[in-house]
Structures are given as C-alpha cells and as structure tokens.
Design a protein around this ligand. Structure first.
Ligand code: GDP
Length: 365
C-alpha cells in the first residue's frame, strides 16, 4: 500500500522483497493491488484475498509480507483467511534492525522500538480474547476459560513491557548523554563534523571507507549500517574534521524507529555538514532522496548544509549520468568502488566546512 502511481507501488514492492531477503527470507511471489484506500477489515480487497490465497498455495509460501502498516485486526483477519503468517513492513524492518544492531545503544534502541510496536498489538489480542469469551455462551473453541487468566496475563505482560520501555528509555538517555559529551568535546576543540546520510544501501559505509581508510563493514544488504561510526579525517591544509556514518534511511521508516533512534539521528542534526549519498544505479533515486529528506526534516536536520553525492558511477551508463546531472546539477558524482570523483568530493567537503574560528585571547592586565 503506497500513495502514488503503480510504478511507485512496484518500486516499493521490489524494495520490500530486497528487505525480506536481507532478513533471510526467500521471496516467491509478489502481488499488487490498486485501491484508493486499504480495506478496513483485510487491508487488501476481498477479491485480492482469494488471489493471494491461491498464490500462497501454489508457491508453498509460509509467510505473507504486506507492504504497509496493518492494524492488529487487519493482520488477524488476513491470517485467518489465507492460513499463513502475515507480517507487515514495519515488523520486517524492526526484525532486520534487530538482527543488525551491534552496539549496546543500537540494541537498546531497536528493542525499544519493538516493544512500542508490540504494545497496541497486545491490546488487540486482549480485545479479541475477551470478545470471544464474552460472546459465546458456553461456547466452543479457544475462548472458554481463557478470559480470566488471559486478561490477567495480558495485564501482567503490559505492565512488564511498560517497565521495560521505561528502563530502556532511561538507558538510552544515559548513553546519549555520553555521546553528547563527546560531541561537545569535539565542538570545544573546534573540530567540525560531517555526517554521511543517505538511503539504505546507497554506499555510505563504502564512502566512509574511501574517505578515511576506516575498516567499516560493507554489506550488500539493506541496513548494514545501524550504529554510527565516527572517523577522523583531515583536509589538504591540515584541518581536522570528523566523518560519521549514520543509520540507513528507508521509505516508511517505522515511526517507532525514528523515535527510538532519535538520539543517533541527532548526530546528523548537530553536524556541520551533511553528505547525502544517493545510489545512482537505483531505479528510483529521486524517491530515495525524498524519503531521506522527509526523515531529515522530521529530526530538524533540514537546516544543515548538504552536499549531494551520486555514488555508484561505475554502475550507471552515460545517458543515465546525464539525466542525473540534469536533476542534481550541483551533485558530486563518485564511485566508492573505483575511487572516481573521491578527490573532488574531498575538495568540496573542504570548501563547505565551516572555517576555523580564530581563537582570540584577551589578557586583561
Ligand atoms: P550503506 O548501507 O549506505 O552503508 O551501503 P554500503 O556501503 O554497505 O554499500 C551497499 C552496497 O553497495 C554494497 O554491496 C557495496 O559494495 C555497493 N557499493 C557501494 N559503493 C559502490 C560503488 O561505487 N559502485 C558499486 N557498483 N557498488 C557500490
């Protein structure tokens, strides 16, 4: 489910498939439906449910991943209809973030996002349970006898989750204070900071490696980068600056994640310069730029000066280069792989960095 054209929907679906593969799934089939709005009960329309059921049976799929955020009841109805597990885009993205988080802070942030996603879904389950139990007099099926213990358990679960959420928030706040102190020290030493932002898989880690020689993990998978890595770099005239790799942006980044990762994303907001990396070989680079700018706006980083960098030059043909140059005339074209354009990029970064303030000491006699 996306607003926009059929092409947007297909791009979004292709990306969902790539996400699912990143999570370790094998993708068997894809279905697109045109609708003005999701069906309130099953997300996709009635007819499409039948088609989906057939596709599941034919392909032998054990999971359906919906491109959108389904309400708890939509998930349940759809599962009942097609008899396999249904998850939505948000759950998938949270799962991938959970697999890839490495630092203590990253892990805590993902866990917080997952619990926030889970909370309303717990309620959904509880409501269904009490409706089921209350509705059937003497009843058949799973409702009988479940009501009391079910609700008690639900309450305990909820309380436990709330406590955990509060604890995680505290921990994350402490960790981000530690990072603020580091950031503050950098500012005190007048070291300008450059944040590398961009859509997931655009080549941020590769570019950071190219620019600084840092050994950062590069993966051909969405979301290799979750935890910010900061490296030192130097301009040709000997000024130091820091370069940080940031969390990968993705279309429809779940809002729970934006909230949980706010402190990490704030690194970007507090930076002096954003190097916004674009994957030039992607079918829809404009869509990616738009998605990244939305998140940047969301975290208040849209005021920070930005250099656009079109990466993967080695993988685009000449016509496409022309087209992209017309779209972004000020962008620097590079290939993190071959190293083409990297020296130019270094120069542009140098020019855009804030000039060092002249330190003045007034000695009062
Ligand atoms: P990140 O998620 O933005 O940090 O992206 P990575 O640096 O992990 O790169 C994602 C994928 O793109 C990896 O498979 C890289 O090898 C590939 N990649 C990065 N830069 C280039 C490039 O200049 N050319 C090509 N062809 N592939 C690249």
């Amino acid at each position: 489910w996306t607003e926009g054209t059929l092409e947007d929907a297909e791009n979004s679906l292709a990306e969902l498939a790539a996400l699912a593969e990143t999570a370790g799934s094998q993708v068997l089939d894809g279905l697109v439906q045109r609708r003005s709005r999701p069906d309130p009960s099953t997300f996709i329309g009635r007819g499409k449910v039948g088609e989906l059921r057939d596709a599941v049976v034919t392909s032998g799929a054990d999971t359906v991943i919906a491109d959108g955020e389904l309400s708890p009841s939509q998930l349940r109805s759809l599962e009942q209809e097609i008899k396999v597990k249904v998850i939505d885009r948000t759950a998938l993205i949270l799962d991938i973030f959970a697999q890839h988080a490495k630092s203590r802070e990253g892990k805590a942030q993902v866990e917080l996002a997952q619990l926030q996603y889970l909370m309303p879904r717990l309620r959904g389950w509880g409501e269904a349970l009490s409706r089921q139990a209350g509705g059937s007099a003497g009843g058949s099926g799973g409702g009988v006898g479940l009501r009391g213990p079910g609700e008690t358990k639900l309450e305990t679960d909820r309380r436990r989750i709330r406590t955990k959420i509060a604890r995680l928030r505290r921990e994350i706040a402490q960790m981000s204070t530690a990072r603020d102190t580091k950031r503050h020290n950098r500012h005190r030493h007048l070291v300008p900071s450059v944040a590398i932002a961009g859509y997931t898989n655009a080549g941020k880690s590769s570019l950071l490696n190219r620019l600084t020689g840092a050994g950062v993990l590069v993966e051909d998978a969405l979301f290799a980068t979750l935890d910010p890595t900061t490296r030192r770099a130097q301009t040709s005239d000997g000024r130091h600056y820091t370069l940080s790799d940031t969390v990968g942006f993705v279309r429809h980044l779940p809002h729970q994640l934006v909230e949980a990762f706010r402190s990490t994303l704030e690194e970007v907001t507090a930076s002096d310069l954003i190097v916004h990396v674009i994957d030039g070989s992607h079918p829809d680079p404009q869509g990616q730029v738009k998605a990244v700018r939305e998140v940047l706006g969301d975290i208040g980083a849209d005021e920070v000066r930005e250099i656009l960098v079109v990466n993967k030059m080695d993988a685009i043909d000449a016509d496409m280069v022309l087209e992209l140059r017309a779209e972004w005339p000020d962008a620097v074209f590079v290939s993190a792989h071959s190293g083409a354009g990297i020296d130019k990029l270094r120069l542009v970064i140098e020019q855009e960095l804030p000039q060092p303030a002249v330190e003045m000491r007034v000695v009062v006699p």
